[in-house]
Design a binder for this molecule. Structure first.
Ligand SMILES: Nc1nc2c(c(=O)[nH]1)N[C@H]1C(S)=C(S)[C@@H](COP(=O)(O)OP(=O)(O)OC[C@H]3O[C@@H](n4cnc5c(=O)[nH]c(N)nc54)[C@H](O)[C@@H]3O)O[C@H]1N2
Ligand SMILES: Nc1nc2c(c(=O)[nH]1)N[C@H]1C(S)=C(S)[C@@H](COP(=O)(O)OP(=O)(O)OC[C@H]3O[C@@H](n4cnc5c(=O)[nH]c(N)nc54)[C@H](O)[C@@H]3O)O[C@H]1N2
Ligand SMILES: [Mo]
Length: 594
């Protein structure tokens, strides 16, 4: 299990050994909106698109808070556009910093965005405001979709989403008339219908004439970077762990699904897994049910942890290998259309080593050193083999080098710019923008972007919601921490020293809870202690609980508050396999000791 970074050319470390089981945080982050929804709809990753802030007339920030991005580039762009008179709307159960700066905050019940998108689509369709030039020639499944959305009247959608019917009608009208850019991120992924909700939104951008048109959601022009990849094929004949339950995820990502690993470790199902390398992951704080993971790690014959700090996993490890920070290594950095060189600032402290060198060293010990260059210099030479001058230029240009893209062409589907064969259309089975997805159908899912109620929710499980009447969303990002990281750094802890929940004043009052008090958040699975932040910046009836707590180096208050004691590993989006982190049911009680 590894997370991002420069291990890009090393993620295939276990392939020559005969294991297809590489996992990453993709098993619960980004993949639903970056890969599964867009690939099943228009055959390309979401990374190939950008919100055209410069030419838009309206921006919708949907399930994303660019204010906590590092660096907050999109926030700057949004504020710049706003000064130009662009209307900014934020759809979020929380009035985030971005929402506070926006023209309009639409507070929504978590997990119901699909219903809102379908309601907006219905609004556009019933008034005949859709973009027929796109729909007639370039979409697949429109008639079925039109039929399906009939059920999503403003009254109906208001009941589901808690967003006022008039607002839905007004927004539908604005979407069809204004050039609208979309900023979407992980906030929409963690509900039972995550992938389909995102597909409903993407479909809405197509219908409303905002797809690959100026001011909308636009494909980048190709900007290939001349970097060589270390291509090693996964072993044939052995499906990765998770491919029986989440085959679309495993096939598209050519990886395993980490949510299914406990089953393999604990039950040998579909086959046993005895060893694990955790590189830059804090599984016990990040994945649902920390105790399930503890049991799993205990059962392994061999666990190797590679991290900069001691994590929970380290307690179960046979070997802990210290990793360097980015200040101690020589490497390169890669962004869309931009490259820069990473110079070592100080030599590695103590025994710490560059992650890449640790993995390359393992490859050497396993007898296939030739696949992995064995030093930082050799690694750079390999990556820049086809462009050695570029490497020298990068070394001499500390700010990095941007690769200008060719002149922007819109409606690339008309011009053969989106398919490998150069033909017009999209890289999908029908060649069209698939409102009805052939890929989803092939994998046994509903081909239409259907809305599914959160399984744990007031409409789907009314009995449970009597006992746990509040909607629980978790893990909205805070400025001072990066998931479980930095909660051991005194300077950053000063910004927020305790794990918070956000609770609406009326919900707090009904429970006798005052601002700053210690409370227990309980779900049917268990409870964890947090500190109440009573605020009108959350939709009434919704609780947001910080994630990241539970790490061994954290202060007591954070260490006790592992939010994933509240979540459920079996409650997932069946398409992505992502756990439901943001649409659960809970109750909050005042701590008796407080
Ligand atoms: N400072 C800081 N930056 C980070 C991180 C961090 O921990 N700290 N984490 C990094 C990681 S791993 C990631 S994946 C990204 C995440 O980046 P974002 O996805 O932009 O981060 P969030 O703050 O989780 O923003 C999601 C927003 O969606 C809202 N939301 C939650 N549920 C729903 C819902 O059902 N519907 C709608 N419409 N909105 C909903 C939340 O209230 C929140 O405002 O941030 C990265 N950047
Ligand atoms: N309930 C709930 N759970 C969530 C989420 C949520 O919103 N709600 N968010 C989910 C999301 S989006 C994500 S991405 C996951 C995050 O899951 P993780 O990525 O597992 O979370 P982190 O706590 O950031 O753990 C990263 C670890 O990597 C180490 N590290 C940092 N840099 C390096 C490096 O260069 N090399 C090495 N070897 N180690 C390094 C850090 O010290 C830390 O221990 O959590 C998920 N879990
Ligand atoms: Mo993430």
């Amino acid at each position: 299990f590894s997370v991002g970074g420069q291990d890009r050319i090393c993620y295939n470390l276990l392939f020559p050994l005969g294991s297809p089981n590489t996992f990453s945080c993709s098993s619960l982050c980004n993949n639903a909106h970056r890969v599964l929804a867009p690939v099943s709809t228009f055959g390309a990753s979401f990374d190939r698109l950008f919100p055209d802030f410069e030419q838009c007339e309206q921006i919708i920030v949907w399930g994303s808070n660019p204010a906590t991005d590092s660096p907050p580039i999109n926030l700057r762009e949004i504020l710049k556009a706003k000064r130009r008179g662009v209307k900014v709307i934020v759809i979020d159960p929380l009035k985030t910093y971005t929402a506070e700066k926006a023209d309009e905050w639409i507070g929504i019940r978590p997990g119901t965005d699909g219903a809102l998108a379908l309601g907006l689509a219905r609004g556009i369709l019933t008034k005949g405001l859709w973009d027929s030039t796109f729909v007639d020639d370039w979409t697949y499944g429109f008639e079925e979709f039109k039929e399906y959305v009939k059920g999503f009247s403003p009254t109906e959608v208001e009941k589901i989403t808690w967003v006022k019917g008039e607002r839905i009608e007004r927004l539908a009208y604005d979407l069809s008339r204004l050039k609208t850019a979309l900023l979407l991120h992980t906030g929409l992924e963690y509900t039972n219908s995550g992938v389909q909700n995102i597909r409903a939104i993407l479909t809405l951008w197509g219908l409303s004439g905002n797809f690959d048109r100026p001011g909308g959601l636009v494909f980048w022009m190709p900007q290939p970077l001349p970097l060589k990849r270390n291509r090693i094929e996964p072993p044939r004949g052995k499906p990765p762990i998770g491919s029986d339950r989440h085959p679309l995820f495993c096939d598209l990502n050519r990886s395993g699904h980490f949510m299914e690993l406990p089953r393999a470790i604990l039950n040998g199902d579909p086959y046993p897994v005895k060893g694990l390398i955790v590189l830059g992951g804090s599984i016990i704080t990040s994945f649902p049910d920390p105790n399930l993971w503890r049991r799993s790690f205990e059962s392994l014959d061999c666990l190797i942890v590679i991290d900069r700090f001691l994590t929970n996993e380290a307690y179960y490890a046979d070997v802990v290998l210290p990793a360097t920070t980015m200040f101690e290594i020589t490497s390169y950095k890669r962004y869309p259309g931009h490259l820069s060189f990473r110079s070592q600032v100080i030599p590695p402290v103590g025994e710490a080593k560059n992650d890449y060198l640790i993995l390359a060293g393992l490859a050497k010990a396993l007898g296939y050193r030739d696949f992995y260059p064995q030093s930082e210099e050799a690694m750079l030479e390999f990556v820049f083999e086809d462009a050695p001058d570029l490497l020298e230029n990068l070394k001499a240009t500390p700010e990095g080098i941007s690769f200008p893209s060719s002149l922007m062409v819109y409606e690339k589907y008309k011009k053969g710019l989106l398919r490998k064969d150069g033909k017009p259309g999209f890289e999908t089975p029908s060649g069209k923008f698939e409102i009805s997805s052939n890929l989803l159908k092939k994998y046994g899912h509903d081909p239409l972007p259907v809305y599914q109620e959160p399984k744990e929710g007031p409409l789907h499980s009314p009995a449970l919601s009597k006992e746990f009447p509040l909607i629980l969303t978790t893990g909205t990002r805070i400025q001072s921490a990066f998931r479980s990281q930095h909660l051991n750094i005194p300077g950053l802890l000063k910004l927020q020293d305790k794990p918070n929940i956000l609770i609406h004043p009326e919900d707090a009052e009904a429970r006798g809870i005052r601002n700053g008090e210690r409370v227990w958040v309980k779900t049917k699975r268990g409870g964890a202690p947090f500190y109440a932040k009573v605020t009108e910046r959350i939709v009434k009836g919704v609780i947001e609980a910080n994630m990241g707590g539970g790490g061994p180096l954290q202060p007591k208050e954070w260490r006790e508050a592992n939010v994933n004691l509240l979540t459920d590993p079996e409650n997932r989006d069946s398409i992505s396999g992502f756990p439901v982190f943001k649409a659960l049911l809970c109750e909050v009680e005042k701590d008796k000791m407080d």
